[in-house]
Design a protein around this ligand. Structure first.
Ligand SMILES: Cc1cc2nc3c(=O)[nH]c(=O)nc-3n(C[C@H](O)[C@H](O)[C@H](O)COP(=O)(O)OP(=O)(O)OC[C@H]3O[C@@H](n4cnc5c(N)ncnc54)[C@H](O)[C@@H]3O)c2cc1C
Length: 345
């Protein structure tokens, strides 16, 4: 059995962000286990809208080297009404970002699949196809179907959504990310994001739409749920393994990168509870997002049309206030969508 100080399961955004930050903080003897490599790995990680706000980019210290294009507007289309909101963000090349983080860590990256994890005294034993590891600290950054979560926390997501992502050649506003809300799907949406060179990323819940003429296509799962605890002893979950994507806009790039950084900082300080405290206190994980999703998931077409009506002549904070005053029972829906637009990606 091999031994190491920190073992990271999963070489996605959360995993490599943690590995990079651990190196920056001088934590040594780190192993990162990733089951995929080459084309499969790249394909998996390109199944994504790849949008992140400037606010999150700055917090996660993303430089311009992985930026494909800048975003200055978010358009929401619902029941024939189009609402345009100015935002600041960017589309990133996720694979480039992962490569850049990989180049900035001393962690030993091993290609293997983790099959199970168990606690053994003060340490963890991680069983992989190729052998076993014993570690002092364990980071579960293994995404939506996390083995670490299953084995040590026993929590399952409430919602698992298969999302289809198509790359298509299409004209469209280069600086706008577009959300076509589908009332018949409980407010799920189809996204249409620019990804440079006359290409767009068009995605939706599998079965909710059919896209012709894609030059590339893939399915990946988004998970929605709530973790009470994201730590157990010296084990921490980060990113999709802990359902950290926003339940309304599925923004999870920023929270995964940030979680990776925070967990590394907690390990470097030898203070795991500071990671739990960050999770408990960060507005990104506030239950009001989930409550809003539950509310509008039950709406019919008339309610969707009514909710967007105050914005027929465009978006403004004043119109948002008016909408809340006229429809107080939906105050949390208006507030949470606003927060998701501002802070959820
Ligand atoms: C279709 C789609 C579009 C999205 N678009 C956006 C967007 O535009 N903006 C945004 O902010 N968010 C978006 N998200 C959310 C975002 O992609 C995720 O929240 C984010 O990828 C989570 O990162 P992660 O590192 O936690 O997990 P992942 O990116 O899933 O990485 C997990 C890694 O762990 C590895 N792994 C898993 N199991 C094992 C195992 N047993 N052994 C070894 N390795 C393992 C996997 O191979 C993978 O490399 C989107 C999600 C989907 C599904």
């Amino acid at each position: 059995m091999e031994e190491c100080n920190v073992l990271i399961v999963g070489g996605g955004l959360a995993g490599f962000s943690a590995a990079k930050r651990l190196t920056e903080l001088g934590v040594r003897d780190v192993v990162l286990i990733e089951r995929m490599s080459g084309e499969h790995y790249e394909h998996y990680h390109h199944i994504c809208g790849q949008a992140i706000s400037e606010r999150m980019s700055a917090m996660c210290q993303i430089d311009d080297s992985s930026t494909i294009c800048k975003i200055d507007a978010l358009k929401m289309e619902c029941c024939g009404t189009e609402v345009r909101i100015p935002v600041k963000g960017r589309i990133i090349d996720r694979v480039k970002l992962l490569e850049s983080m990989r180049g900035r860590t001393d962690a030993r990256v091993v290609k293997d699949s983790v099959l199970s994890v168990r606690k053994d005294g003060d340490s963890f034993v991680v069983a992989c196809t190729g052998g076993e590891y014993r570690c002092r600290y364990l980071i579960g950054a293994d995404g939506a179907f996390s083995v670490v979560r299953k084995c040590l926390f026993g929590t399952e997501p409430d919602i698992r959504m298969p999302l289809v992502n198509n790359i298509v050649r299409a004209d469209g506003e280069p600086g706008a990310i577009i959300f076509h809300v589908q009332p018949e799907m409980g407010g799920r949406y189809r996204w249409d994001f620019p990804i440079g060179e006359g290409l767009r990323s068009i995605g939706y819940v599998n079965g909710a739409w059919e896209q012709d003429g894609s030059v590339d296509k893939g399915i990946r799962f988004a998970v929605i749920g709530r973790m009470g605890k994201v730590t157990k002893g010296n084990c921490c979950l980060a990113g999709d393994s802990a359902f950290m994507a926003n339940p309304i806009c599925y923004g999870g790039i920023g929270t995964s990168l940030l979680a990776g950084r925070r967990v590394a900082e907690a390990i470097a300080k030898g203070n795991i509870s500071s990671y739990q405290k960050w999770y408990d206190g960060d507005a990104a994980f506030n239950p009001h997002f989930r409550q809003a999703l539950d509310t509008f998931s039950g709406w019919d077409g008339t309610q969707f049309a009514d909710s967007i009506a105050p914005f027929r002549k465009g978006y403004s904070l004043l119109r948002g206030g008016y909408a809340i005053l006229r429809r107080p029972r939906w105050a949390n829906v208006y507030f949470s969508i606003w927060m998701a637009v501002r802070r959820g990606w």
